[in-house]
Design a protein around this ligand. Structure first.
Ligand code: ZN
Length: 216
């Protein structure tokens, strides 16, 4: 029996909906692919859970030789991905130096599959952060050399400002001000915008381990 079928049957017994199960498994599969290409020696474990705040979260191993744990919240995962993929406009990449942010009515939106890849990349980036990768921060929005990354950093910095202006979102506020979340969000948006321009998984993996390249 394939891993997919095994997980599907296991989750079906817990009475999750088929579309939530498919979304959760697809997310786990992308995380596993990215993780094993980047860190082939390191084991991962997945926990499919019922109650959690986020769709997916990463837990660093408590001791060496323990697996990295990714927890995925199954209920609501399908709706979450659909909502995110229909409300996150993409930039338009015309050439290496010509990237535009079209008005909402003219914007293209990612497919659910592209959104799942971006969410998976975000979580695996958290693992790389613990291993010491250099992170992106809001101050880099004018200094980063890559034009798309520059726009993505500015976009995430803008979201951070908007979130901080809203008085009532206590949880969101703390989340967006965490430097690790900022960096992982930059990677997620970067992947989201690059996904359809990448023809192999290795190209995507190279983007997950991207570090800032700043002009002096
Ligand atoms: Zn995160």
């Amino acid at each position: 029996m394939k891993a997919y079928d095994y997980n599907y049957l296991k989750l079906k017994r817990k009475e999750f909906s088929p579309r939530d199960i498919n979304t959760a498994i697809s997310l786990a599969e992308w995380i596993a692919k990215f993780h094993y290409i980047l860190l082939p020696e390191e084991k991962v474990r997945f926990e499919f859970v019922r109650i959690k705040n986020d769709l997916v979260s990463y837990h660093r191993p408590k001791r060496n030789h323990r697996p990295v744990v990714y927890q995925i919240k199954v209920p609501g995962s399908f709706d979450f991905v659909m909502k995110e993929s229909t409300t996150t406009p993409l930039f338009e990449i015309k050439g290496r130096n010509e990237i535009i942010a079209p008005p909402w009515e003219e914007a293209h939106f990612p497919s659910p599959e592209e959104m799942i890849k971006a969410i998976a990349a975000h979580e695996v980036r958290h693992r790389l952060q613990d291993l010491g990768i250099k992170m992106f921060s809001p101050e880099m929005k004018d200094k980063e050399r890559d034009p798309l990354l520059r726009m993505v950093i500015a976009f995430v910095a803008y979201i951070k400002e908007v979130e901080n202006d809203e008085k009532n979102g206590g949880y969101e506020k703390e989340w967006i001000n965490d430097p690790k979340e900022f960096d992982a969000l930059v990677i997620a948006y970067f992947i989201l915008n690059k996904s359809r321009h990448c023809s192999t998984i290795f190209e995507l993996v190279n983007l997950i381990k991207r570090e800032p390249s700043l002009s002096t």
